[in-house]
Design a protein around this ligand. Structure first.
Ligand code: DNO
Length: 356
């Protein structure tokens, strides 16, 4: 297990590289250039500017997240070939700086979705992200985006970049004709084009699941269950085409057996990394993100880490969304304290399993 931490860059993160370096067991980052619009090339100069301080701080940066796929690629229209060429250039550019894994998703329009970014847990006054499907009734995606942006404390949230959402209404209309099968067909077209480049430059693409794990606003979603992943993996036969298992995303639907999913796809050599977090269900499609501890939420963290240890122990892992505790303010889900506690806990579980 290579324990890492998500970092948004010197100008966009409240957490410093030195703080991350001081968390026991963290050896590297899952990086992100949060100002890049989907479809743009990540230029070498920008990557260098982001990665150099990370290396100087004694941390690795072998995983990059959210190299977002342009909607034209997902919808299979207009300029998809041009955007695919840009994506290939980005893969080559990232590889030239030692990046080994790119985490991306194939969710139409919206990446992850919450209805409250700072939900107050009355038990202990901590704040965390919260979702209640009932709140989506009667509101348009545009209103939801606005509300999320208002609750983001001025940070641009991963997947909710203003640039990406500018043409939301037009894009939503285009999706009316895109069925799940059509989306998979477009996904295959993308993979067939980029995976040979990954083979050439030693990079793995890791697909992040839909979050929450069901379709929203009538948009097709194809990555939120065991069966979905089976279909996805069959789209292109190469170990460069892999998965990023996110327990918090899959765990929004308790019928997803996450340890079984890890054992199956880890056993096939198709898990490159894991985002590990926990959540507490509070009703039908209503939940809050909890601390990582198994007994604080509904997921069995021991079983998840054990499945990873048994089948894909070389994976990159990061503690995912933390709560805001101890008076910290910052980017929702991405403060220092609770994620550091999460890392320590996951490292503890791993050590106990290893020594047993
Ligand atoms: C949410 C993250 C996601 C993830 C992307 C990858 O907090 O886990 O934004 O990085 O879906 O493309």
């Amino acid at each position: 297990m290579k324990m890492t931490f998500r970092w948004f860059g010197e100008k966009s993160d409240t957490v410093t590289l030195e703080q991350i370096r001081q968390i026991p067991g963290i050896t590297g980052l899952m990086g992100f250039l949060d100002y890049k619009a989907a479809g743009e090339v990540w230029e070498k100069e920008e990557i260098e500017k982001y990665i150099t301080p990370i290396h100087s701080a004694g941390l690795a940066c072998e995983v990059i997240e959210s190299v977002n796929v342009h909607e034209d690629i997902k919808m299979g229209i207009n300029k998809r070939d041009e955007y695919i060429e840009n994506y290939k250039t980005t893969i080559r550019n990232l590889a030239s700086f030692g990046v080994k894994v790119i985490v991306y998703n194939f969710m139409p329009v919206l990446d992850w979705l919450r209805t409250d970014l700072s939900y107050l847990n009355p038990d202990d006054n901590s704040e965390s992200m919260f979702y209640d499907e009932a709140e989506l009734e009667g509101i348009s995606p545009l209103e939801l985006v606005k509300r999320t942006a208002d609750g983001s404390k001025g940070f641009s949230m991963p997947g909710w970049e203003p640039e990406r959402l500018k043409e939301l209404e037009t894009t939503l209309a285009h999706y009316a004709d895109v069925t799940p099968d059509k989306l998979r067909e477009n996904y295959k077209y993308f993979l067939d084009a980029i995976i040979p480049v990954c083979e050439e430059c030693d990079i793995i693409m890791a697909c992040h699941p839909d979050d929450p794990a069901w379709p929203i606003f009538g948009l097709p979603r194809i990555a939120h269950s065991f069966e979905d992943f089976e279909k996805i993996i069959k789209l292109h036969d190469s170990p460069r085409h892999s998965l990023c298992i996110c327990s918090g995303s899959l765990g929004t639907n308790l019928s997803n057996n996450i340890p079984d999913i890890i054992v199956h796809f880890g056993g096939m050599g198709r898990i490159a990394c894991l985002h590990i977090r926990n959540l507490k269900h509070m009703g039908y499609r209503r939940f809050r993100e909890s601390s990582h501890l198994s007994s604080d939420g509904d997921l069995d963290m021991f079983a998840i880490v054990k499945a990873m240890y048994d089948t894909c122990p070389e994976s990159y892992v990061r503690p995912d969304h933390g709560r805001m505790i101890w008076g910290e303010t910052g980017r929702p889900g991405y403060g220092l304290y609770d994620r550091a506690l999460g890392a320590a806990y996951l490292n503890g579980l791993y050590e106990a399993i290893e020594k047993q």
